[in-house]
Design a binder for this molecule. Sequence first.
Ligand SMILES: [Fe+2]
Length: 196
Amino acid sequence: MQPYEPRSFSLPPIEGISAKQIEEHLKLYEGYVKRTNALYEAFERLKRNDPDPTLIQEVRRRLGFEFNGMRLHEFYFGDIEHGAASIPDGWLKEAVTASFGSTEALRDALKAVVARGSGWAIVNYDPVGNRFHLNWVDEHHIGQLATLPIVVAVDMWEHAYMVDYTPGEKMRYFDAYWAALNWETIARRASQWRTA
Ligand SMILES: [Fe+2]
């Protein structure tokens, strides 16, 4: 099994989020990739060397934290690559408009979800129920909605903004990240989810 490789991202200067903040955050992302790989190595070591299944069971519990930490950061950085872009015409724009009125109204609704607390502010889309969910994921794994694709994942951990902002200024960081989103990337991903 090949280890996961950290992705590299083509990130332009971002208004409201400094290059230093991004640099430090990318180091943390790479740490999640390393720890995910290290867990798989630990599984193999334990299988070979330890007849007691308890340890491997406990180590496996770490996978949701490390793997989701890796993958969520790939959405986070991937969705701001190549500069901001507004939402293109198409089904996603129509669905967001029908549900919220506009992407700005969606932003404000999501802000209300995460005004307190750390973790991730996630917009999911449910192709089965044909609706969006605004979701708070604590840490990286607690509260994930099974199978639902991610529209937007906003990192609300303090490490995502503490180079630039105080904890009390968290919503300024949220607004800066939201303004940097490339909705063409998001709409391209969403084109796979349309069910009708
Ligand atoms: Fe992060």
